[in-house]
Design a protein around this ligand. Structure first.
Ligand code: ADP
Ligand code: ASP
Ligand code: MG
Length: 406
């Protein structure tokens, strides 16, 4: 007998039939003698619709109230699943984030989990109840409802699994595991049996939304074995685990794509000490995370400065930089939201040369222009025009020998 945490994503609970399907899976696990804690997302599309509704009230809705609104999506599915289980004569209780004592900071819309008091979940489990927890939400020290950022119910699940010391955390989704790249973009993507926490961290941070990055951070920190699998089949999925000696150390093991990026260029910036600080300090003060930065050399004591920010912060960052440009005497500020970052990832890259040149050649062969480049020990990223992003993913997948044999 084991203690199993199961998380079901939006498409898995998209309507009542699917919620019944989830209930049946939960019951099958429970009937084998296991204790089960279920974490749920909102029905597919509900969070997006709630955001749209709020934006009809204000283009910048109050962040605290927005979280009160968004949390209702997960409250709905948690109640419906617990009801379904009870109708099937199984003991079940739904609880919300604050009732599960998910304590977060007060960064509304993107809150971080500080602690989870697992007593209530443990007590319910000890009474042999199937506990259904609304994912994606918690509350801050003042009792305000908070949400954990898009895709946050993955993090709820892994964090709860860590706090109740679950034997395993199963993430049920609409694909049957983690692939070498998004299988919905590249039909030749290959399913992986196992992936290390570090590679998954890198994939998640570079746009593979199959797991929210913070869930992988929790899994790695607390050593939670995570099993990503489909809620529509019985097939084994992908295990996210510690790196071990038997794992293949491929030079490139995955390709990702992140369309949630925008580019900002300050033209003809005076080339003087202290200018970069003036450009980036106000953006940082506004809580905007700058990703890639490139500075071109120009003649005549002037330079162009280009950087990327998350799409959601684009308008705010543009407004800030227009102000900065006036102050420092830059000629113009140009923005481009239609970009995407494609990346190749692999721990084996550490000891290999030629990965970057293979990547650039593969993109050049398809006439895909590279706008920005950044590298780390285990990844290379290129910014390209958004409409070429999916082609770039497929081309790189083939170039690095990742295509499955059809
Ligand atoms: P859920 O609603 O279950 O949380 P998500 O939509 O958040 O599901 O995540 C699953 C999606 O992640 C898949 O449908 C797929 O398009 C996407 N995805 C991106 N990269 C990968 C990858 N490398 N392997 C599997 N899925 C991926
Ligand atoms: N419902 C939230 C979202 O759509 C959280 C999640 O699905 O994980 O982002
Ligand atoms: Mg998700």
């Amino acid at each position: 007998m084991a203690l199993i945490v199961q998380k079901y994503g939006g498409t898995s609970v998209a309507d009542l039939d699917r919620i019944r399907n989830v209930a049946q899976r939960v019951v099958n696990t429970y009937d084998q003698g296991n204790d089960v804690v279920v974490i749920l997302s909102a029905m597919a599309g509900v969070t997006d619709n709630l955001i749209k509704l709020a934006q009809q009230v204000s283009t910048t809705p109050d962040r605290r109230e927005l979280d009160v609104l968004l949390a209702t999506g997960e409250q709905t599915t948690a109640a419906l699943l617990a009801m379904t289980l009870r109708a099937m004569q199984y003991p079940s209780e739904s609880i919300l984030g604050h009732q599960a004592q998910v304590l977060t900071d007060c960064d509304f819309g993107n809150a971080r989990i500080i602690d989870i008091g697992a007593e209530r979940i443990r007590r319910l489990v000890s009474e042999r109840k199937i506990v259904v927890v609304a994912g994606f939400q918690g509350s801050d020290a003042d009792g305000n409802i908070t949400t954990l950022g898009r895709g946050g119910s993955d993090t709820s699940a892994v964090a709860i699994a860590a706090s109740v010391k679950a034997d395993t955390c199963e993430i049920y989704t609409d694909v049957d595991g983690i692939y070498t790249t998004d299988p919905n973009i590249c039909p030749k993507a290959r399913k992986m049996e196992r992936i290390s926490y570090d590679e998954m961290l890198e994939m998640a941070s570079l746009g593979a939304k199959v797991l929210q990055i913070r869930s992988v951070e929790f899994a790695k920190k607390y050593n939670v074995p995570v099993h990503v699998r489909s809620s529509f089949s019985e097939e084994e999925g992908t295990m996210v685990v510690n790196e071990d000696a038997s794992m293949e150390k491929l030079v490139v093991s995955g390709v990702t794509c992140d369309k949630n990026q925008a580019r900002i260029t300050l033209k003809k910036v005076p080339d003087q000490p202290g200018i970069a600080a003036k450009v980036f300090e106000p953006v940082a003060a506004a809580g905007i995370v700058v990703d890639m930065i490139i500075q071109n050399m120009r003649s005549g004591g002037q330079t162009d400065l280009t950087f990327t920010v998350p799409m959601t912060d684009f308008e705010r960052a543009m407004a800030i930089e227009r102000e900065v440009a006036r102050e420092i005497g830059a000629e113009d500020v140009l923005g481009d939201p239609e970009i995407a970052k494609v990346s190749v990832i692999g721990v084996g890259m550490k000891n290999h040369s030629g990965v970057a040149s293979l990547m650039f050649t593969a993109l050049a062969d398809e006439n895909i222009n590279i706008r920005l480049i950044s590298t780390s020990e285990i990844r290379i990223s290129c910014v390209v025009t958004e409409k070429y992003a999916e082609l770039a993913v497929r081309v790189l997948h083939t170039a690095f020998g990742l295509d499955k044999n059809c």
